[in-house]
Design a protein around this ligand. Structure first.
Ligand SMILES: Nc1nc2c(ncn2[C@@H]2O[C@H](COP(=O)(O)OP(=O)(O)OP(=O)(O)O)[C@@H](O)[C@H]2O)c(=O)[nH]1
Ligand SMILES: [Mg+2]
Length: 405
């Protein structure tokens, strides 16, 4: 799926930065445009892959290049006032070249949480392409202010998109490394996890077996768009009704190296050597592995944690070395998923990747309505009041007064 990505605030810029790096490393091609927007000049300067020409620093006179200090109301007010400047950048994107927009932001931040809904909703109002969101939820070890912010900005964000992924920073994968990890390591690790998931997802439709047997797929862009929603939008100019909000999309992921090497089993000596298994035994073992991997994806890997039976539609993508993707395991996994999701709309696609060391399973569950994690964030934000005050930024007060007057 070809996307234009707008990364807002620190988290949004960092994730865009890493996705660009992933794209290069995997020789994939899914980011047609990448723009980092921020009110903090240091956060922009720290990006290593987003070129300077694709960095937009906003509101220097208001924020002095130091961000909103976690004040989403300040972010929202400023972004609304400067939306034309942002749209002037996104207007450079040639619509014919992309399938969708993706707006990425940390919802606990002032720039991201306040600004991302403004940008997504403006793009959605003026474009025929779907606008998807990736909102990052703060972990429980982060400050209370972050969680309150996220609880408040989550719904405006979801409603401003055709569908919003919510990546929970608390989706800790049991892993290796330092114990306990430093804050820096944690962010790197989180961003790796986010990048692997979204890189796999956004590049799933790439590869044509006819032209390159090592890289073929049967995932179509339409599978992604029909799962997420927002396709077939009427021309913005002809639209009579305002866009109604999309919904929450949960994402699950698990990956493992294949338990046996089917290619080696099929060699001349394959089943003759006593320690080798036959091709059909190897295929059975991999099929079982895929079934188990899909269960692991659902049981341990969904972000945000949610009740899958509340999802509307599902898409399972199984990616990996071409000879480790037996149909049998994938069809079984689909049937199992249909019962878990309590829906018959589960699409399945296979992406063959010769250079992959692992089999990975990615589950997209859209239209999720039940998530305790989201209820929890919403509850905190209604229990704890932070004033919607922009008085720390005197010049913003001017904008607010102007809007009210
Ligand atoms: N996964 C991940 N989360 C991040 C990253 N950077 C920040 N976050 C989280 O995103 C949330 C928002 O923080 P920032 O992105 O720093 O905020 P901002 O959008 O720059 O807004 P300001 O408050 O104006 O600085 C917090 O919950 C952070 O933990 C990142 O690189 N990766
Ligand atoms: Mg910031």
């Amino acid at each position: 799926m070809k996307v234009a990505i707008i990364g807002i605030g620190r988290a949004g810029g960092n994730v865009l930065d890493r996705l660009l790096e992933y794209e290069k490393g995997q020789e994939a091609d899914f980011i047609r445009h990448g723009l980092a927007v921020n009110t903090d000049s240091t956060e922009l300067r720290r990006l290593s892959t987003v070129p300077e020409t694709e960095q937009l620093l906003l509101g220097e006179s208001v924020f002095e290049g130091m961000g909103t200090l976690h004040n989403p109301e300040a972010g929202r007010t400023y972004f609304r006032d400067s939306i034309d400047e942002i749209l002037a950048e996104t207007d450079k994107v040639s619509i014919g070249q992309i399938d969708a927009f993706l707006v990425i932001a940390g919802l606990g931040g002032g720039t991201g949480g306040g600004g991302a809904p403004v940008v997504a909703s403006a793009l959605r109002d003026q474009s025929v392409r779907p606008v998807y969101g990736l909102g990052i939820l703060p972990g429980n070890d982060e400050g209370e202010r972050m969680r309150v912010n996220a609880g408040r900005t989550l719904h405006p964000f979801v409603d401003s998109t055709d569908s919003a992924f919510l990546y929970d920073n608390d989706t800790a994968q049991p892993g290796d490394g330092e114990d306990p990890p430093s804050a820096q390591t944690s962010v790197l690790k989180l961003n790796n996890e986010i990048t692997t998931r979204f890189g796999t997802l956004l590049s799933a439709d790439e590869g044509d077996v006819q032209t390159d047997p090592s890289r073929g797929t049967d995932v179509a862009v339409s599978d992604l768009i029909e799962t997420l929603g927002g396709g077939n939008k009427p021309d913005a100019a002809k639209r009579t009704e305002p866009n109604d909000g999309g919904g929450i999309t949960a994402l699950g992921y698990a990956a493992e190296p294949p338990v046996v090497d089917i290619a080696r089993s099929s060699g001349v000596l394959g089943s003759v050597l006593p320690w080798r298994v036959s091709v059909s035994q190897a295929t059975d073992r991999i099929a079982t592995q895929i079934r188990d991997l899909v269960r692991t994806t659902v049981r341990e890997g969904m972000t945000p944690p949610c009740s899958l039976s509340s999802a509307e539609r599902g898409l399972l993508i199984v990616a990996g070395p071409p000879d480790s993707l037996p149909r049998q395991g994938i069809q079984d996994a689909r049937m199992w998923l249909e019962s878990e999701l309590e829906t018959e709309t589960v699409r399945v696609g296979v992406a063959r990747r010769q250079n992959a060391e692992k089999i990975s399973t990615l589950l997209v569950a859209s239209g999720v309505t039940e998530s305790e994690r989201i209820d929890e964030l919403r509850a905190i934000s209604s229990d704890i009041e932070y004033s919607d005050d922009v008085s720390d930024f005197p010049s913003l007060k001017g904008i607010t007064d102007r809007e009210e007057g």
